[in-house]
Design a protein around this ligand. Structure first.
Ligand SMILES: [Zn+2]
Ligand SMILES: [Zn+2]
Length: 494
């Protein structure tokens, strides 16, 4: 048995609302009647977390189940659900409802149905049965059923995440992920958005990819709002020319890993009683860091590299981990040696929000050029039109502004009640001092739409085992992609 593995479920808002409409239909009509249905799930395998991604329900017809206060399914319905799971290469999930609110335990007949009737046939497809119960208030509880030495073993889930267009709702198993005590140091934070919101924020596992000028300020905010579980990813070391915009950097830090410098400061400034910080001094497209990122509930993309953005785009869409991406674009007039313009923006990426590629934060050819090394070749950079040569221009106040936008975008997504409008992107123009919000969608044929909730099935093709394979991979990509041209990177956060 794997040690320290945690189990989670993530649902799209479509699956969640279809389940609600079906499972709670009788309660809504004033009847004391449960209901049930099957669903398909796909695996998302992180470093220490196994998540069942649910996007598709198999709803019963009238003759598929018997309603008698409790409810039971007919054999034909199970056969139909198993066939659907097999042909989709998915796991089988079983859902039913209870008349009480909140996290639900299991009755003896619930256990019999899942462990003795469903778990074995479901596992025949190679993936364990996932059982979910919805309380009358829509609160989910869930468990995996794994084959052990002494029969089927029940493994309770820690969290059930629902990813929606307006908001991000997380249902917690308080026994496995208890809410932290109300600390005096966080009294004003609790007063600002309330206990329930703070309990959700403090139990998030937050990833920060890129610990440059933007990432460090994001890290500071994340530490101050009481987050207790963090992943930091950045392969770079502090250099002298970073010090004008690196929040935590001092001359004594030159040569140190950026993730270590950020970790040290976060431990000092954390408002949580204790903070768990995993550091990955590597690129996000190296397997270890990639898998640790799949353990996160939300990720900040504070990078200016197309490959990293592409990997995070996969994670957001295929693995249902919301990503907040920010960027700064600065234009300086070389002839007059003055600032011409600057703007920065942040946007949320989920299956319900525009992907980073459709938002033009990178292009596929940028990815190819970074992988084959030509993105950094001096001849390529020199041939770019002047307004594309923005890769390293940024200053502390601009970084501060985009980092604040990023964190507030995340908070807005976690805190939003149903009536707040959907916002996917926020942009600020330094020249006109105007901030605008918008919501746009992916292009109709965007490949990331088809990757929605597909989990492990669609990992990026260029993931690396370790940094040593970089050169080899570069050569491989150079061979397959010869002749592809790029329009150049447009925004930078480094
Ligand atoms: Zn039950
Ligand atoms: Zn897209």
């Amino acid at each position: 048995m794997e040690r320290d593995v945690r189990f989670h479920v993530a649902l799209t808002a479509d699956a969640d609302s279809a389940a609600r409409d079906h499972l709670l239909q009788h309660y809504r009509r004033g009847l004391d009647q449960e209901d049930l249905c099957f669903a398909l799930w796909r695996p998302s395998t992180g470093g220490t977390r196994r998540t069942a991604l649910v996007d598709e329900l198999i709803l019963p017809s009238e003759k598929d189940r018997l309603l008698h206060g409790n409810t039971s399914f007919c054999p034909d319905y199970l056969v139909r659900a198993l066939d659907a799971a097999r042909s989709a290469g998915s796991g089988l999930a079983f859902m039913h409802s209870h008349p009480t609110n909140g996290w639900q335990g299991m009755s003896s007949s619930d256990i019999k149905a899942e462990r003795d009737v469903l778990a074995y046939p479901a596992t025949a497809g190679g993936l364990p049965l996932v059982g979910l119960t919805m309380g009358r208030d829509g609160y989910w509880s869930a468990r995996f059923w794994r084959k052990g030495r002494r029969g089927m073993r029940r493994l309770w889930c820690e969290k059930i995440r629902v990813i929606g267009p307006k908001r991000y709702v997380i249902h917690h198993n308080d026994a496995l992920a208890p809410p932290p005590p109300r600390r005096r140091v966080l009294a004003r934070t609790f007063d600002t958005w309330g206990r329930e919101a703070q309990e959700a924020i403090s139990r998030l596992r937050v990833g920060i990819v890129g610990l440059g000028s933007v990432g460090c300020v994001v890290a500071e905010a994340v530490a101050r709002i009481g987050v207790a579980d963090v992943l930091l990813v950045d392969p770079d070391r502090v250099e002298e020319h970073n010090l004008d915009r690196l929040l935590y950097g001092t001359p004594a830090d030159i040569g140190k890993l950026k993730v270590r410098v950020a970790e040290r400061a976060m431990r000092k400034h954390a408002a949580a009683e204790s903070i768990k910080i995993e550091v990955a001094p590597s690129s996000i497209h190296e397997v270890g860091a990639y898998q640790s990122a799949l353990d996160c509930d939300v990720i900040f993309s504070c990078v200016d590299r197309p490959v990293a953005r592409d990997v995070l785009n996969y994670i957001a869409h295929a693995h249902l981990v919301p990503v907040v991406d920010g960027g700064v674009a600065v234009e300086s007039d070389r002839e007059t040696d003055t600032l011409f313009s600057a703007h920065w923006r942040t946007h949320l990426t989920t299956p319900y929000h525009r992907c980073m590629r459709c938002a033009r934060q990178y292009t596929s050819s940028d990815v190819v050029m970074e992988l084959d090394g030509s993105l950094d070749e001096p001849s390529y950079v020199a041939n770019l039109p002047a307004d594309d040569r923005t890769a390293n221009q940024n200053v502390f106040p601009f970084g501060l502004a985009v980092a604040a936008m990023d964190v507030n975008m995340m908070l807005r997504y976690v805190l939003a009640p149903e009536w707040w409008p959907v916002v996917g992107q926020q942009e600020h123009q330094f020249l006109t001092a105007e901030t605008s919000a918008s919501r746009e969608e992916c292009r109709p044929h965007c490949a990331f739409r088809a990757r929605r909730a597909r989990g492990d099935a669609v990992r990026p093709p260029y993931l690396m085992r370790s940094a040593r394979r970089k050169t080899m991979l570069g050569r491989f990509w150079k061979t397959v992609t010869r002749g592809v041209r790029s329009s150049g990177t447009k925004s930078s956060t480094a």
